[in-house]
Structure formats: C-alpha cells, structure tokens
Design a protein around this ligand. Structure first.
Ligand code: PMP
Length: 400
C-alpha cells in the first residue's frame, strides 16, 4: 500500500538523523549565481568552465576508444600506458622523476585526487591551513573528513606570503597545508622564494602539503613550480593535477595524484573502493592529449592571455579595480563600487548589466561578515567576452 503524504512526512521525521558531515556542507553559491544568471538572461562569467570545444584529436581518440571496446573497468591505478606517459610529462614539464608503478594514480578529476589526499592524511579534528581567498571546494572537502580549517588571508595585488605571516599560522597542531598554484580565484602564481619558505615551515613543523596544480599550463607571469620537487618535500607532498583545464575537458573527470609510494598506497586503497577507476575510454584518449606537442601549450597560454587582456581593461574602466592574474582564468575585482555587500553587487550586476560573476563570499571563511570581491571567469569564447564587455560598459555608462 502506498504511504499517504501525511505518513511520509511523519516517517521522515522519525528516521535517524543524517550525518553531521552532510549537514556541514553548504550548497555551492556558484550554482546559485548560475541560477539567477539564467533568470536575468545574463552572460555567465561565474562558472569556471570553458564554453568552447575540446581539441579534435582528443574527441576522435575518445570516440575511437569506445568503438574499440575499452568500455570496462581498467587498472584502478590508471592505465599503465597513461601512468608511463604522465611520468614522462612530469619529468619534462615539472622536473620530477617519479615511478609510474608506485607513485602515480589516475583519479576521477583533480577533485577525487584532492579528496583522496585529504582522506589519506587527515583524522577528524586535524588542522589544515588554506590561503584565503581559496577555491570553494576546500571547505566542503575538509568537512567530509572532519578536519578543521585554519586560514591565512592574502592581500591583493601581490597576494604575497611572508615568514611573519607563516609564523602566525604554523603550529604543532597543523597537519596539512593546501596549496593552489596557479590559484583560483586570485590568479596568484607562487614564486620560488615563497615555495622555499613554505617548504621550510612544513619541514620545521612536520606538515604535509597537498598541491592543487590544475591550472599549471595557464601562466602569464612567472613560472609554475611544483613544490614536490623542492628538497625535503618528496615524502610530505601530494601533487594533484588533471586534464580538465589544460585540455578543456572538465566533463571527462580525469585527474591524477603524484606522491611517495607510501602515500600513494594509502590513497590507492581508498580510491579502489570509492570509484574503482577513472573512465576507461577517456584514459585512452588522455594518451592522445599527452602526445600533443609544445605548440598546443603555447597556443593555450596565448589564447587565455588574449582573453584576459580583453576583459581586464573593461573591468578597470568600469571602476572595479581588477587584480591582474598571473595565472589561471579568473579575474578578482572589488565589489564595493557596486554595493556595500558582495552578494548584492553580484546580483545587481546580473540583473542590471546582465553579466554574472561570483560573489567573494564563495572563496572566504564563512565567519567573515563582509567581503569585498567578485570573481569573473574569462574561459569563454572571445565573442562572449566581447558581448559581456559591451554590456558592462553600457551598464557603467562608459564608452568603449
Ligand atoms: N582545483 C581548482 C583550483 C579548480 O578551480 C578546479 C575546477 N574548478 C578543480 C580543482 C577541479 O578539477 P577537476 O575538474 O579535475 O576535478
């Protein structure tokens, strides 16, 4: 017999409570921004994903892999050929010598890789340092393992890190640092001196580091350096990266971790029972991605530089004081010229200029009562950015 709606309500009330961790996780505000973006017919510069096509060679390789029947579970650690190709890439681009057999694990996106690292390293109550503003996933990821975030606020335009600042936040309670370079949402690219400083503190306080390097190929100023390669960091660093951003395939869910054999073994035990393996046919296609030559990477960085340089002066002209990003594909600006409060500023921009950006609240600790900041994503077709620029200039009453 079907339950009446009344008894369904009372049954729900009588059921045991859901987990605390599920309640600690808030719905993403970026999705909320996308919702009102739709409502106002705004151009979506909020969501951090490209609106243009993946390279033809990858699409063809993925279709071929499915036709060739690579459609079943594969090696949970990742196709051997892919791990070998990744080891070659890590040697070539990152100066890292790693064993594909014991140190590389292919995951379902960098997202799974980050979660594997945190699950392998942390117990409930352990403390983790994150640099603010930070990628919005880090807080829910820490909530999942019951870890306690500690924050170090960085300031525009340099987002610099000094030993005085690290003195404030490093302690014997700290277990893990999450480092994101090039960073979302700030575009900060950590330089060698800052990385060496961080490495020094991690060794002094015996701390692990999880490095999120998903934007490594999108650098305009400075160079991308992997902390894993710094002296003394091999056993205490998990490098996380993936194919989403470099190859414009965010929906493929392909990432990887690189770490010592001991840390890798711990992450693999979790990965095997969490997702079994990353999508098998797409791992075959990823081989085609890694076979692309240096031209591809140069073009990628040049294309994103052009897009950055298209949007940035417009944000300047309309008085939002944008911070020029050194890497990744976001621009951080003030929100205060639009409204006292970042949420109101983002809403106003979507409604009146019909351009959606993400309010700064998404990238800071929840305790912060006011935030001055908006994030614009420029991983969009030039035509989308030109249209957004026209709308913004018109909204601000500035001629182009
Ligand atoms: N890290 C950062 C900093 C990101 O911005 C994103 C995507 N927005 C990810 C990780 C997620 O990467 P993936 O698609 O490989 O899970």
């Amino acid at each position: 017999m079907a339950l009446s709606s009344d008894s369904a309500v009372s049954l729900e009330a009588a059921l045991p409570l859901l987990s605390l961790r599920s309640q600690a996780i808030q719905e993403s505000q970026i999705r909320e921004a996308s919702r009102y973006c739709q409502k106002f017919g705004a151009l979506n510069l909020a969501q951090g994903l490209p609106d243009f096509a993946a390279p033809e060679a990858l699409k063809a390789a993925a279709c071929a892999a499915i036709r060739e029947d690579h459609n079943q579970y594969c090696d949970p650690w990742g196709l051997e050929a892919l791990r070998v190709a990744l080891a070659e890439k890590l040697q070539r681009d990152n100066g890292l010598t790693v064993d594909p057999e014991t140190q590389i694990t292919v995951s379902c996106g960098a997202t799974e890789g980050l979660n594997l690292a945190l699950m392998a390293l942390l117990n409930p109550g352990d403390e983790v340092l994150i640099f603010e503003p930070f990628y919005e996933n880090y807080l829910p990821n820490l909530a999942t393992v019951g870890a306690v975030p500690r924050f170090l606020e960085l300031s525009p335009p340099e987002w610099a890190v000094t030993s005085e600042m690290l003195d404030q936040v490093f302690s014997d309670q700290l277990k893990v640092v999450i480092l994101n370079t090039p960073a979302n949402p700030t575009g900060k690219v950590w330089n060698r001196a800052e990385l060496e400083l961080l490495a020094q503190y991690c060794q002094k306080y015996n701390v692990y580091v999880v490095t999120d390097e998903i934007y490594e190929s999108i650098v305009y100023e400075g160079e991308h350096i992997s902390l894993l390669g710094l002296p003394g960091m091999q056993d205490r660093t998990v490098l996380v990266n993936g194919f989403s951003k470099t190859f414009c395939v965010t929906g493929w869910r392909l990432g990887y971790t690189v770490a010592s054999p001991k840390l890798t073994a711990a992450m693999r035990r979790i990965h095997d029972f969490l997702t079994i393996c990353a999508p098998a046919p797409l791992q075959h296609a990823a081989l085609a991605a890694l076979a692309l030559g240096t031209d591809y990477y140069q073009q990628l960085a040049a294309d994103y530089r052009r897009k950055r340089d298209l949007l940035f002066p417009v944000l300047q002209k309309i008085g939002l004081n944008p911070v020029l990003p050194a890497g990744a594909y976001y621009i951080w600006t003030d929100s205060s010229p639009l409204a006292a409060e970042a949420n109101t500023a983002a809403y106003r921009l979507a409604q009146e200029a019909r351009v959606a950006a993400v309010p700064g609240y998404c990238f800071v600790r929840p305790q912060r009562s006011t935030v001055n900041g908006l994030r614009f994503c420029f991983a969009k077709q030039d035509s989308t950015l030109t249209e957004a620029s026209e709308r913004l200039l018109q909204f601000a009453g500035v001629s182009s």
